[in-house]
Design a protein around this ligand. Sequence first.
Ligand SMILES: Cc1ncc(COP(=O)(O)O)c(C=O)c1O
Length: 344
Amino acid sequence: MEIVDEKFVRSNAIPAPWERDNRDVAYAETGRQALGFVAEQLWNDGYRTLLVPEFLCDSMLAPFLALHPWIVVPVAVDIHFAMDLGDLEFIASQVDGPFVALMALYFGRLPDDHYRAAVHSVQCSGGVVIDDETHRLFAPGDAGADISIASLRKLLPVADGAYIGGRFARMAAESQFEEGPHGRWAAMELKSRYFAGHASARSVREAFSIANKSLEQIGMTFRVSARTVATVGRLNYTDLAAARSENSRVLQRGLTGAPGLRIINPIESVSIPSHIVIDGVDAQVAQQALSVRGVYCSIHWPPSELLAAKRPWPRSCLSVPIDHRYNNDDMTRVAQVIREVWSS
Ligand SMILES: Cc1ncc(COP(=O)(O)O)c(C=O)c1O
């Protein structure tokens, strides 16, 4: 059964955005496995200190801490959840000895001159920069980082997969990673059958819960599934990205002027949004109220259990999906439902 609408699939194979310009790239089964592979090499090379954004998904940090006692230093983020580059450069200049900086442009932002200058400055202070491109894999690279990684399943219609670019990519490509169970494809197929009226919502929930649990375990690096490799070689990234931009514009238009609602990543500030992030009310309460009305939003992210953050965790943001599965009418309806919830 096809998971992605045919109109987003090309008839001929073309390199994915992160494979262009002859970038060295290797694949693993998940983003955390990609980070775990890189973390292990860096630890073996003598790195012990890790700078991370103070707002992050624990799955970015867990692969480091699962195997070794890294000294983790949080770097401040601003009101748009972008790493405070001044704080980053200051901390980098204070670290004694070599260190690793895990950086990320969240929600589709792209590197600008300030970002590139900060990457360079961190490198000049003895840092190795890993850029987590998960939220900008339609327009990756261009930051001057030493290593890039991204999880594929967050923005693309694939069940698993992650890439490692730059330093260690060749080593990863030559490693004979074991075949994983790759059970999430079956869950995705079941979901398609559910939409066609041939499976229950409960069976889909259970299938995803089991498949995600097995995929999210940390410790070993598995091979990406052959089906993901085949899929990423055929996707029409231009049209997928255009659908995201168009959906974001419609959603943003529908939300403009909603009392008490702030958009964290307005479309003008990002080229290809991963989500539209809205702020203003208790995220858990809003998430529940929206799901009752059929709008399902994620919380990016629940408070970290691994990082001792310097400041209170943001608890009033929700990420609204804007991907290729939706169209203008869907976005208009989603905006209407969000307005209702925000004003209730
Ligand atoms: C920014 C970011 N990087 C990495 C990961 C880890 O990816 P995966 O779920 O494929 O292990 C996530 C997961 O949510 C993420 O949001």
